[in-house]
Structures are given as C-alpha cells and as structure tokens.
Design a protein around this ligand. Structure first.
Ligand code: FA5
Ligand code: MG
Length: 491
C-alpha cells in the first residue's frame, strides 16, 4: 500500500475520527455516502429490497456500493498459512517469535481479518484523504468494513488490553497491489510492540529504564548501515512530549531487537543452505535502516536487506504516536512498534524465489518442509522442482479522455484510472498463472490528448508448462475484461 511513499504528515485525528474508532461506522469525508449508519440502508436502494450480503469465513456481512472483494480473495480467507503446521510462513513466524519470548511478549495468531475502517485507519491517525483508504488500494466489505491492510489495525486494541509489556500479532493482510514475485494481494504480517510505563519505571526515567533493558539484550556483529540521527526536525520528528534521550533509547531498543531477529534468521538460513549444499559459501550480509513515514509512529524507520542484487524492504517501524496510547486509555505508556512482512523473510530464509509458491498445495513444494515445525534447528533450503517457460504477452489500450461521459462500473478515463484495477483483472482471469505485470509503454497522443498504456503480462505456471493456446486464452479474456470493466479501447 506504500504507506511510506504515499503518506504525508497530518494533524491529529478529528473528533469524528475518534468517534469512528468506537463505532466503526463513521466514514471519512471523502467517502461520505448516502448510507444510514443505523440500519445501513443506502438511499439508492428502495425500501423492501433485500440488503445484499456476503459470507466471509463463518460470518455474513452486509455489503454496499463499496464492496470490492473478488471471489478469489474471499475464498482464500481462512487459509491462515501463518499457523499451518510445516508451512514456511508458519516456521518463519515461530523463529521470529523465539526472539521475542513470553512473558514479555504475548503472541496472538488468531485475529479475524475483517476489521472496521476505524481500526484499520482512524485509530492510527490516517487522515481522511489518505490514499491507502481508496478502493483502488483496499478491499472493502462495505463502507465501514475492510479486509485489514496491515496488522497495525489491532495495535490500539492491544494497547488498550494492556496485558503485557509487549506483543506480537501475526495475521493475514490484504491489499490491492502490483503483481510481481515479491508482491501478492494476500500476505502475512507480524506486528510487534514493546511499551514502558512512566508511572512504573524508577523516577519516571524512561530513557534510563530502556537503556537498562538494552543492556540485557545480547550484542551482535552484523554490519548495519544506519547513517541518520535518531530524530530529524523535518524528516523524522521527535514527538511533542518526548525528550530526545527517550526517543534515542526507544530507537536503540527497537533496532537492536530487530537486528537480533535478522541475525537469527540469517544464521538459520546459512545452516539451511549448508544442510542442502555442504559446499555452500556464505555471502556477506548487508542491512540498512532508512528513514520512513507512518501516520502512527514518529520517528519511523524501514529496514532493508540486500538480497539477490537489490535492496528488499522487510519491515516498517517507529516510536508509537502518543495519541494512540491516549486513545487506548494508557497515556503514561511510551513504546515502539514494527510491522514485518513474513513472506519476504521466509523468501530469504528458504530462498523461495516467488511469493506465489506460498499458496501452492503441490506436494513438491509443501513436502519439502515436512517436520520442520517440530524441529526448527533442522531447516533446509527450498529446492525448486522446476522452472517452466515464461510466456510474455502485451496488451495496449487507450484510456477514455477525461471529458467522455462514463457509464456504470469502473470506467478508466485518464483522471480516475488506477493501475491496481488492471492488476486485479489480470489476477481474476489468470490467478497464480501470472508471474508479473509491468507497464512497458505510456504516451499521450499530441493531437487528441488521449493516453495510451501498454502492459506486458508474463504467464508462467509454477506447476506445469502452459501451452501457447492456454496463454492466448487467458490473454484474450484479460483484454475483453479490460474493455468490459474499465471501458478502455484496445489498440
Ligand atoms: C505497514 O504495513 C505498517 N503497518 C508497518 C508498521 C507497523 C510501521 C508498526 C510502524 C509501526 P508497509 O506497508 O511498509 O507498512 O508494510 C510492511 C511490510 O509488509 C513491508 O516492509 C513488506 O515486508 C511487507 N509487504 C508490504 N506489501 C506487501 C505485498 N504486497 N506482498 C508481500 N509483502 C508485502
Ligand atoms: Mg513500506
């Protein structure tokens, strides 16, 4: 969802957003609909007509014009790869959990993915016009209910429960996103947090208490690039009410805790590589902290790991905004939080080359991890069973000019076109047979002002060789759906 790249600084949440947190029914200004928040009947629906509904997992939810959960996503709810025995996502979760042990950290793995917009956005101070709230980025069940886009949706509730100094929440999250080998519309995150209470630490000295806890953590010898100061007035501001010493101590505890987790993952990855290939030669590990922005932390950072020739972002983190502790009824607490992508870590750990593999039910994939949940010290790298040929096909189309009147459905004129709509159509038609989708051309006609786009789709099954006829069939259907659903004109 690019919370960092799309996000921008904002003020504290308004009274109506705070209310939304409790009711889960108030929607932001930009999304205000003619919907009665009591009965949830839209004025566009006549009286007596049945309210449309959808079943997700075991629960039936009312839907409205915000509903955009496609069947392929709805039917994957409940797979819960993060708790499936011997699944690499679940193994990865267990290893990370071992570095954040009980009772300091409580571990939660069963939170339901359907949450309110209050939980997913308002509670975290997302401004009403934040792009992450758009239907282009988020799966809406109805105007006030979404499939969580991140595990941070449970932060405020966990702080309110206040049942331990720290917690880990692992769960499936959902985003309308790009298609490539490190992005998938369903993935798994782990949220982590650690708090200290001003009223409980000696003399209220948070910085000292945190430094004492840092001294209890092991050290490590991994080389970490971290060129920036803990806070920066414009790029990474200190929060009002926090001293520089406090922010520095919290940053140091957060970073050491997460670095120790990375060291653990890589030492296991190395053992797994040697178990698979005794002649394996280790490559030097490169990690770096970079400054980031999230509406719910300040200062904030992302951690990147150099992997297969490129920097791969694995987590976002920061010092929790005091506003959240206040809303949670624990204003004397301060702390840090992080959100990590479990697929990305599992890909590093087992050298799994494509994120789609995690959804495979093929024994040639799943069979390779048998028994590992019970013995986390006996990991082996994934051995690709085959690489089937790629089949590239291009589709080029004109968007409607902004002035042309649009009919029903999503209509792609230049102003409201969103690339994620293309991604979803491709995904709906091709499913996991699509490896990636990239934009290869874009131009605007100098006379008519119309915009043309060209996307290249790579059809490649993980499990078998596709025939050219099959790929053509997928591609023709994609082209038809682009016309039907987006109203584009094929070139
Ligand atoms: C977040 O989701 C924040 N909630 C993280 C956070 C938590 C920040 C607590 C501060 C405090 P972001 O959108 O960057 O941030 O996603 C976090 C991680 O999820 C990424 O670093 C990446 O590892 C993973 N991720 C994001 N999008 C995808 C995707 N489409 N497929 C697989 N993994 C993804
Ligand atoms: Mg990010």
């Amino acid at each position: 969802m690019g919370y960092k790249s799309l996000a921008r600084p904002h003020g504290l949440s308004t009274a109506s957003e705070t209310l939304a947190l409790f009711t889960g029914l108030v929607t932001s200004n930009s999304r205000r609909l003619p919907v009665c928040s009591q009965c949830r009947y839209s004025s566009t629906r006549g009286p007596g007509r049945p309210q449309p509904k959808t079943k997700l997992g075991e629960t039936v939810y009312p839907t409205d014009e915000w509903h955009n959960v496609p069947p392929a996503i709805a039917s994957s709810i409940g797979r819960q790869l993060h708790i499936q025995k011997d699944h690499p996502i679940s193994i990865t979760r267990s290893i990370i959990e071992s570095k954040f042990p009980k009772p300091t950290y409580q571990h939660h793995n069963g939170f339901v993915p359907v949450v309110t917009t209050g939980q997913n956005f308002d509670s975290l101070g997302f401004p009403p016009d934040h792009p992450g709230r758009s239907k282009a980025d988020t799966y809406y069940v109805n105007a006030s209910t979404v499939l969580r886009t991140h595990t941070s949706a449970h932060q405020l509730d966990a702080f309110r429960a206040n049942s331990s100094e720290g917690f880990l929440i692992s769960a499936d999250v959902y985003r309308r996103d790009a298609i490539d080998r490190t992005h998938y519309p369903i993935f798994h995150q782990m949220e982590g947090a650690r708090v200290w209470d001003r009223k409980k630490v000696p003399h209220g000295n948070i910085a000292q208490a945190v430094w004492e806890d840092i001294a209890k953590l092991p050290t490590h010898s991994m080389i970490v690039e971290d060129p920036n100061p803990p806070t920066h007035p414009e790029r990474n501001p200190l929060q009002h009410g926090h001293s520089h010493d406090e922010a520095e101590a919290l940053a140091a505890h957060l970073k050491r805790s997460l670095e120790l987790m990375v060291v653990e993952i890589f030492s296991r990855a190395k053992d797994a590589a040697i178990a698979t290939n005794p002649k394996y030669v280790d490559e030097p590990l490169k990690v770096r902290w970079i400054e980031a922005f999230f509406p719910f932390t300040s200062p904030s950072w992302e951690l990147e790991i150099f992997w297969q020739g490129d920097w791969l972002e694995v987590l976002g983190s920061g010092v929790v905004k005091q506003d959240i502790f206040e809303k949670a009824g624990v204003p004397s607490q301060v702390g840090w939080a992080f959100g990590i992508g479990l697929e990305r870590i599992a890909m590093l750990l087992f050298e799994i080359p494509d994120i789609r593999l995690f959804w495979s039910q093929d024994e040639r994939f799943l069979g390779q991890f048998k028994g590992m949940s019970d013995d986390l010290h006996r990991l082996k790298r994934y051995v690709p069973f085959s690489k089937y040929p790629a089949c590239y096909k291009d589709v080029a189309f004109w968007l409607r000019s902004s002035s042309s009147s649009a009919g029903g459905g999503i209509r792609a004129n230049a102003a409201d076109f969103h690339e994620n709509d293309v991604m979803e159509i491709v995904r709906d038609v091709g499913g996991d047979v699509v490896e990636d989708v990239t934009k290869v051309d874009e131009f605007t006609h100098p006379k008519t002002g119309r915009k043309s786009l060209c996307y290249r789709i790579n059809y490649r099954s993980l499990e078998r060789t596709l025939t050219n006829e099959e790929a053509n069939e997928f591609h023709e259907k994609v082209s038809r759906e682009l016309v039907n659903k987006l109203g584009v004109e094929l070139r």
